[in-house]
Design a protein around this ligand. Structure first.
Ligand code: DON
Length: 309
């Protein structure tokens, strides 16, 4: 919940100040389809735990979830298998290496929010075949986002499938370490499909508000257990912004997860979820304007979880 009376003025001020970052950074091109966006496209959406929405910018823009889907894959792996099994296959610790590096894999990926970790959690999602597993993931995202318009972006998927040799290598490596037994191509396919879910800013913020609200949607239905919410949020806080995670937590002060399409989902427990969309990225793969805007909003409306009211 955001109590301040002049909340809209404060949000608009943060947006204005964030304009100085327009033009900084580059859109991701290693997935060719991601380069076909307006690099200066922008959206901000905040959904509070009691269902209020504050939204600005290009609200009809659909972007792929990319690495933000890693929180869904982790949630579903936990729902399907429980904590013990999941964290016997993937670690819980941050890594200073890039999100698609093979280095943070020793016997297992260092955490569930880098590529190797999300490929691991994808391998743990139950279902008869890839179509069935992905159907479960997409239906779950639609339910959390309260929108059946959330859908699969085939062009993004196809573009990544053709260029994803690094993830293919990671998947083979994980299989060689005995992390899963399923065929490599099946596991990789589900991981890339999850990354290719298309969503709008407010749909994603609504999904995030369930995590902000201890697993309940705005109608009070418990969609995710508190135990899973606490695990996912703590992993987002420690690992969600890749090699900038510690700095982001120090400066901004709440759990967040970025994706190379340029979105960031921030979660302020008990209060709100915030989605920024701005496709120009820094070296870590985090949106430049997005991360600065979250910092500005955190200061303007006191969202840092390490400061009391
Ligand atoms: O596997 C990949 O490289 C992409 N599908 C997702 C990476 C990503 O979003 C990293 N995020 N900032």
């Amino acid at each position: 919940m955001l109590k301040e009376d002049n909340i809209i003025e404060k949000i608009e001020k943060a947006i204005r100040v964030s304009e100085k970052y327009i033009g900084e950074g580059e859109v991701a091109t290693y997935i060719p389809e991601l380069a076909n966006v307006d690099p200066d496209g922008f959206a901000l959406s905040i959904v509070t735990v009691d269902g209020k929405v504050y939204e600005f910018g290009d609200l009809d823009t659909v972007f792929s979830m990319q690495s933000i889907s890693k929180i869904i894959s982790l949630t579903m792996a936990l729902l399907d298998n429980g904590k013990e099994l999941v964290f016997s296959k993937v670690g819980t610790e941050p890594t200073p290496y890039k999100f698609n590096s093979l280095i943070p894999i020793d016997d297992r990926a260092s955490n569930p929010l880098i590529n190797a970790g999300a490929i691991t959690t994808a391998s743990l999602i139950k279902g008869d075949d890839v179509d069935d597993r992905f159907d479960r993931v997409l239906t779950f995202v639609q339910k959390l986002a309260e929108s059946e318009e959330v859908n699969f972006l085939y062009k993004v998927y196809n573009s990544e499938m053709k260029t994803t040799d690094v993830n293919r290598a990671i998947t083979y490596y994980l299989k060689s370490k005995g992390i899963f037994e399923k065929p490599v191509e099946e596991v990789l396919d589900l991981y890339i499909r999850d990354c290719s879910i298309g969503i709008k800013a407010t749909e994603l913020a609504r999904l995030g508000s369930v995590f902000a609200n201890g697993g309940k949607n705005s109608k009070g239905e418990q969609l995710i257990s508190e135990d899973i919410v606490r695990i996912v949020l703590s992993q987002m806080a420690s690992c969600g912004m890749y090699e900038e995670s510690g700095r982001f937590l120090m400066e901004v002060g709440f759990p967040a997860k970025s994706g190379v399409s340029g979105a960031i989902l921030g979660i302020v427990p008990g209060r709100c979820a915030i989605v920024t969309y701005s496709p120009r990225l820094d070296e870590s793969g985090n949106s430049i304007r997005g991360k600065h805007l979250l910092d500005l909003l955190s200061d303007e409306i006191r969202l840092n979880i390490f400061l009391h009211e």
